[in-house]
Each structure stands twice: as structure tokens, then as C-alpha cells.
Ligand binder design. Sequence first.
Ligand SMILES: Cc1cc2nc3c(=O)[nH]c(=O)nc-3n(C[C@H](O)[C@H](O)[C@H](O)COP(=O)(O)O)c2cc1C
Length: 236
Amino acid sequence: MEARYFGPLNTVSGVPIKEGLQPVPEPSAEEIARLAASEIPSGADPFTLFEAWFGEAKDAELNDPNAMALATAATDGAPSVRMVLLKGHGPEGFTFYTNAQSRKGKEIRANMQASLLFHWKSLRRQIRIEGALKEVSAEMADAYFHSRAFVSQVGSAASDQSRPLDDRQTYLNRIEQLEEACKEAGEVPRPPHWTGFTLTPVRMEFWLDRANRLHDRREFTRGFAGDAWQDTLLYP
Ligand SMILES: Cc1cc2nc3c(=O)[nH]c(=O)nc-3n(C[C@H](O)[C@H](O)[C@H](O)COP(=O)(O)O)c2cc1C
């Protein structure tokens, strides 16, 4: 591969594009060899790779390294996206919790597929994950719901997530009533529509920022959960 592919972006054939811009020195042979190689290993287990990147994100991100965009689609194909928190992950998949009567909940119930996206800005990395969803067991949903602080249990149980709210005071009144009713027990019964979903991936793509926007992408795919993963590089 010729050096010019990695050459300075502020010059055309060595001539500065703008007056006053100094050409950047051509990269060394070692640098070119490094740029030509992918940093995302072929044949890797994508769950192990996820674990490694997520571990680094926990150290690097200011807050919520487990925040991910969740994209769903309505039955007419119209997509919608919002952030949720990853609350469990492993070879079985990636789990988040929400209100199943919300917009996302209705879309999920009608179409049990979704796409997740992690973007760790400080690491300049993203991971895209796609696959089918499965609702968690009632025991799992109960355990997670009751692991949350009392105020969080109250706040989510009192919320008709995604439905119109006439006035914030209406919500505060519901919170107050629920708090009063549950304070002695010290916990709120989990509303049956408050649940979790696990996405079992059939596609995981790792994206890494590289110099001069020659980014590094590797896609791992499999037909079904349990099949062996295949991987390929993708043009950035
Ligand atoms: C960082 C972050 C994390 C969030 N985590 C969750 C979550 O785990 N579960 C959830 O239901 N909503 C979460 N939300 C709120 C959602 O983004 C969204 O506003 C809400 O779930 C309603 O979405 P919907 O109308 O598409 O159903 C989070 C928002 C942010 C910004």
C-alpha cells in the first residue's frame, strides 16, 4: 500500500490546500504497517471483546459507561431510538429494564427485535449489537426491581412511561400516594408491566477510531444463537 493513502490531509500532491497550512510529514513505514493492520482480532469471541472494551469504558467514561442507545421499530417499519442502561450481560445476551407499556415496550412486544449501540466518546469506540429479544423471567424482573433504591421503585411504578402527563404535579401526587402506601413495607410491588428484555445477538460490530478517519471495523455474525461466529472487516 502506498504512503499517499495515509498522507497529510491538508495537502493535495504535497501542495498546501490553504495558504499558511504546513504539510504534515509523511508517516514512517512502521506507522503505515500499523495502520494497515486491524486492531480488532479476527477469530476473537465478540463477548470477550465486548467485556474488554466495556472494562476500559468503565475506567474512561465520566458517567454511565453502561448507557446504550436502544433502537426498536414499529410494525409499519418506522424506527425509534432512546438511551437505556445495560443491567446484565454475558453469552446469553444483553439485558435492560423498562416499562413494557412505554413506546419502546409496545414496539418490542409487536416486534421482538432490536439494535443496541454503545458509543464511548473518550475511547472513540462504538459497538453495534443486533438480534432478537426475549423477556426476562418474573423472578429476574422482581430481583432487579427490588435491588433499586426505594425512591427509584416509587418513581418508576408511579410513571405511565411515555404517555401524556397533564402536569408534573399529577406525577408528584402519585409518587406521594405510593410512598405513603409502601413506606411500611419498605418496598414497592413490581408493576407487572415493569420488566426486562435480553437481546441475544446475531451481529456485533466493533468500531475503532483510527488516524485520518481510516477507521477500523470488524463485524461478527452468526445465523442463530449457539452457532459459530464468522467475522470480516468492513470498509469504514
Ligand atoms: C443515560 C440514560 C439512561 C436511561 N436508562 C433507561 C432505562 O434503563 N430504562 C428506561 O426505561 N429508560 C431509560 N432512560 C429513559 C429513556 O431514554 C426514555 O426516555 C424512556 O425510556 C421512554 O422511552 P420510550 O418513549 O421510547 O419508551 C434513560 C435515559 C438516559 C439519558
